[in-house]
Design a protein around this ligand. Structure first.
Ligand SMILES: [Zn+2]
Length: 387
């Protein structure tokens, strides 16, 4: 039987539309140009446009309108409130972002800029995750996909960076913990870039387990090494899985089988969230995954969520900059979330990521085993999520 998939989207997120180079900080423009020249040597800097652009979302939405997935159910997110954002961000950061309403400017040399409508878009993006978790908690559906921008996983508690203003998935996870009664939340960030902001926010927390698979440093943002496993009470609750450029679907599937699934079985989350960036797609020119891989991963995550957390699974879009790749990948992922049969997965004859992932799994084996020895607090044992 097909599954309802709640799709969160609001066209006001298209209002986030920075254009042009920064005139106040020519050195930032130069840094961005150097980064683009390095990552995409064939790109034309003369015709450069902000890569995190409205067409990323319209490509996905128009595809879902042209080829609807049985079970897709559109929802409009509410704006995240100050109190909701404050759980993941400092007061100073919130004040700074609010001060940008109505203006246009660049915020950092790593390609982060705003236009007059950007802050509204960012509040909707953060609100989408909250709405999705509330809806699956009350049983309106079991799976949700949030088509949002700006993305969130590079935003730390007090910094906007890497296209991100608020950390959408962190705000959502914090809401689940603080308001909806979830004791343990697991996040898998499968975006190609390390989610340094998500790591920053949850690094000392044992109640949110983060697995982050990404293209290894020095690729942007240059963090996410194996040794970064958390601090203080959060030590052992952050598992980075770096892999080399050129990794394909088989490597990502290995991440699931060798790290994500055993970690989930040991940690026993009550809710699973995914930072679903699609920039590992081969059309984004660094790794060589494709929509067949994302569909199989989504299918496996549905099975895992069924096994460990009563099916509760929410995905939030992060990166992915090729419109065709976004359209194909999001559509295939949502089809899988709805329970459709997956046609099969494309794999390389030799995937350079597989050996790296196997080594990572060996490195994290003891840490993953220790997740299973964590005592469940009595308040967690007695308090099931409100629904
Ligand atoms: Zn990314």
């Amino acid at each position: 039987m097909l599954e309802t998939v709640l799709i969160y989207y609001d066209a006001r997120m298209l209002g986030h539309d920075p254009t042009g180079w920064d005139t106040e900080h020519p050195e930032w423009s130069d840094a961005v140009k150097a980064m683009i020249a390095h990552q995409y040597p064939e790109a034309s800097l003369e015709t450069y446009a902000y890569p995190e652009r409205p067409a990323r979302l319209t490509a996905i939405v128009e595809r879902l309108q042209a080829e609807p997935v049985d079970g897709q159910c559109w929802r409009v997110p509410a704006l995240a409130t100050h109190a909701q954002l404050e759980r993941a961000h400092s007061a100073a950061h919130l004040e700074y972002i609010e001060s940008l309403v109505g203006g246009s400017r660049w915020l950092a040399q790593d390609t982060t800029a705003v236009s007059p409508e950007s802050v509204v878009a960012a509040r909707l993006a953060a609100g989408a995750g909250i709405g999705a978790i509330e809806a699956i908690t009350t049983g309106e559906g079991r799976h949700a996909f949030c088509i949002v921008r700006p993305p969130g996983h590079h935003a730390s508690s007090d910094h906007a960076r890497g296209f991100c203003l608020y950390n959408n998935i962190a705000v959502a996870a914090m809401h689940a913990r603080a308001v909806l009664g979830y004791g343990r939340v697991m996040i898998w960030d499968w975006d190609m870039h390390h989610g340094d902001g998500t790591q920053d926010i949850f690094y000392d927390q044992p109640d949110v387990l983060v697995v982050d698979s990404h293209c290894e440093a020095p690729f942007y943002p240059g963090t996410g090494t194996l040794a970064e496993t958390g601090t203080g009470g959060g030590l052992g609750y952050h598992l980075n899985v770096p892999f080399p450029r050129g990794s394909g679907n088989a490597a990502l599937l290995d991440v699931f089988e060798q790290v994500v699934r055993p970690a989930a079985r040991a940690f026993r989350p009550e809710l699973i969230l995914i930072s679903a960036g699609f920039d590992c797609h081969y059309l984004d020119q660094t790794c060589v995954m494709d929509e067949t891989g994302f569909a199989v991963l989504a299918q496996h995550m549905c099975a895992l969520a069924h096994e460990v957390c009563d099916d509760r699974l929410v995905m939030m879009l992060e990166g992915g900059y090729n419109a065709q790749a976004l359209s194909d990948s999001a559509h295939a992922t949502i089809r899988a979330l709805a329970g459709n049969t997956i046609p099969g997965i494309n794999v390389l004859p030799e995937d350079p990521g597989r050996a790296a992932v196997a080594e990572v799994a060996r490195f994290h084996a003891d840490t993953i085993a220790a997740l299973g020895q964590r005592p469940v607090a009595s308040s967690e044992a007695s308090g099931s999520p409100r629904g």
